[in-house]
Design a protein around this ligand. Structure first.
Ligand SMILES: Nc1ncnc2c1ncn2[C@@H]1O[C@H](COP(=O)(O)OP(=O)(O)OP(=O)(O)O)[C@@H](O)[C@H]1O
Ligand SMILES: [Mg+2]
Length: 157
């Protein structure tokens, strides 16, 4: 985990100003939830934090470092998207291990981290199944751990 500091974040799409100067401090280990009506800017703010969207202005600091010009892959952030992105041809186990595998982690490390995450989420009985063979809740729980085993400073959802 890590700390997160937002200062005066503004984001406009054309004339539509969605984020109007957000200041937020999240300390290491704190758990924060954004709540608000549909369209109020929750996902936009998460995308700005992750670097998937450029803010119109403002500052994003992770562990005290300014990251506003740092590409998403170098921010140490894992994001779980609202719609699940499971590969239908891969098993639960292979979907979970994909992120680590793509980062070049050795197979033993991938297996160990997938085993740990699947234990925490009670997914062990389903590791050999494909996404179509899971319930909706099981799919969402599987969706999370692909990000969980990665070493992440700030996980956002
Ligand atoms: N790429 C874009 N171009 C133009 N407008 C956008 C774009 N992305 C989001 N918006 C608009 O910005 C506003 C905030 O969208 P956002 O996705 O952040 O909402 P949200 O709070 O996550 O909503 P929900 O609860 O429905 O997920 C909405 O009015 C949306 O239509
Ligand atoms: Mg949203």
């Amino acid at each position: 985990m890590g700390s997160l500091n937002l200062k005066s974040i503004r984001k406009a799409f054309g004339n539509h100003e969605v984020l109007k100067g957000i200041d937020l401090e999240v300390k290491d280990g704190e758990f924060v939830i954004f709540v608000g009506p549909s369209g109020c800017g929750k996902s936009t703010l998460l995308r700005v934090i992750a670097g998937l969207e450029d803010a119109t202005s403002g500052s994003v600091q992770i562990d005290g470092q300014e990251v506003i010009n740092t590409p998403p892959a170098k921010r140490g952030i894992a994001m779980v998207f609202q719609s699940y992105a499971l590969y239908p041809h891969l098993t639960v186990k292979d979907n979970m291990g994909l992120g680590l595998k793509q980062m070049g982690a050795p197979k033993a490390e991938v297996d160990a981290k997938v085993a740990k995450a699947s234990g925490m989420l009670s997914l062990e009985p389903y590791l050999a199944r494909r996404p179509a063979e899971l319930s909706g809740g099981q799919r969402q729980r599987r969706h999370r751990p692909r990000h969980r085993p990665r070493t992440q400073a700030v996980p956002v959802r």
